[in-house]
Design a protein around this ligand. Structure first.
Ligand SMILES: [Zn+2]
Length: 151
């Protein structure tokens, strides 16, 4: 996890960064551990994702928990891969939101990030979510609406 250039990781490489606090909550360090697993902002996102993906016992105490969470419960292989994909997508979007806030001063809400997680996840793994993905149906419906409007 040291490859992700958080302030904490940069400090270990000898770089001095003035603002070392988490830009989401301003009450924790800018570290992988905090940004992805203990920041209240991230925990709100994981809570939404656990409900959406119907993953029970979605406890995120460390980044490793995120990587291994799809192994919890008795899921089909395709469902496990889909959950893993959703989590990786969420991590990427969380990191992107962190960078956008830290470097551009633009704050995203948890709802906005969650909305993007659903959009990207359904685009990448539509088969896994058919029948269980509300936003996938909405996305298809929206696409149909857009097509009808343009034709
Ligand atoms: Zn935080």
């Amino acid at each position: 996890m040291d490859r992700i250039p958080t302030v904490e990781a940069l400090a270990r490489r000898g770089m001095v960064v003035a603002d070392s606090e988490c830009c989401f909550c301003n009450s924790g360090p800018d570290s992988v551990s905090h940004l992805f697993s203990s920041c209240p902002f991230a925990l709100s996102l994981w809570e939404k994702i656990s409900l959406w993906c119907r993953v029970l016992n979605f406890f995120v105490l460390s980044f490793r928990d995120l990587v291994e969470i799809q192994n919890n419960g008795s899921r089909k292989e395709s469902e496990r891969k889909a959950v893993q994909g959703v989590i990786y997508t969420a991590c990427w979007l969380l990191w992107k939101a962190r960078n956008n806030l830290r470097f551009n001063g633009k704050r995203s809400s948890v709802e906005e990030i969650f909305s993007d997680v659903r959009k990207f996840s359904c685009l990448y793994w539509p088969a896994q979510f058919s029948g269980s993905c509300v936003s996938n149906k909405v996305l298809v419906k929206k696409k149909g609406t857009t097509n009808n409007a343009t034709t």
